[in-house]
Design a protein. Structure first.
Length: 269
């Protein structure tokens, strides 16, 4: 459990850092939350203004399944279209504000980081947003149309009339795309922990079954429907990414060991 001790231990402050009182930290946290809320609201307002364009984008995967399918979506209550616009603006606002949220949180924890960790801050923010965006894009362009197509053709093969509501379709697509985007954050977390020396290849390889189990549980929770197809579409790519991260950490460990060996040889010389 040495990794756990290392993770929770208090780090020594670097030169020039000032240790703040607890109440000052709480004040910084309050302003961090305020800035995150303000940015989120602004992005939601912008997204709501372009709600019709966003709804057209949301319909696009349906055209790949059946060109007539987008026109079959219905609403079942008076305020349905407005409520869907609000939900769509909320999720689009999260996507647009995501890098700002990561920056604000990183800026809040910055004083507690060592010099080495601060150098990793900007690449970590970029990698986090890039993987989140990549996960949402892959889910939107491939996983969502394939999953919808399976259910649509299954209903048609049973001679059932398809009358999906906008609420159901939006909930399904939003959970699928954003859930996959969040699961794609796993590589950044694992690699950062490996770079910081909190975990290593031996630890990850030994706990690989537990990692797989956690991924499967998260995929089951995030999946918008309980069907096995959606579960597999979410879990298998993330398991592959996690396995790739383990070997990336192996490369990091080898590089660290070689640097340590060179340093020992220089000291002996």
């Amino acid at each position: 459990m040495s990794w756990l001790t290392k993770f929770f231990q208090f780090r020594e402050k670097s030169d020039g850092d000032i240790v703040k009182p607890f109440l000052d930290h709480m004040e910084d946290l309050r302003w961090t939350i305020i800035k995150m809320v303000v940015v989120q609201i602004l992005m939601m307002i912008v997204s709501f203004y372009f709600r019709h364009d966003l709804m057209d984008m949301l319909r696009a995967p349906l055209f790949k399944v059946d060109p007539t399918l987008p026109g079959k979506l219905i609403i079942t209550n008076i305020a349905g279209s407005f409520l869907i616009s609000l939900e769509l603006a909320f999720f689009a606002g999260i996507a647009m504000a995501f890098p700002f949220h990561v920056y604000f949180v990183s800026h809040f924890v910055l004083p507690a980081l060592t010099r080495k960790e601060r150098k990793l801050l900007l690449p970590g923010i970029f990698g986090t947003f890039a993987l989140f965006l990549a996960g949402v894009t892959v889910a939107y362009l491939w996983i969502l149309p394939q999953t919808i197509g399976f259910f649509y053709h299954d209903a048609r093969s049973a001679d059932l009339q398809v009358m999906w509501t906008w609420n159901d379709y939006f909930s399904f697509s939003a959970w699928l795309c954003f859930g996959f985007g969040l699961l794609c954050e796993l590589p950044v977390i694992v690699i950062l922990l490996g770079v910081l020396g909190i975990v290593n290849f031996k630890f990850l390889s030994r706990t690989r079954p537990f990692g797989y189990t956690i991924i499967l549980i998260l995929a089951a929770v995030i999946a918008p429907t309980p069907d096995p197809l959606t579960f597999v579409a979410l879990s298998v790519p993330i398991v592959a990414l996690f396995e790739a991260c383990i070997w990336v950490v192996w490369l990091i460990d080898r590089r660290r060991e070689r640097a340590r060996d060179r340093a020992d040889k220089e000291m002996q010389d």
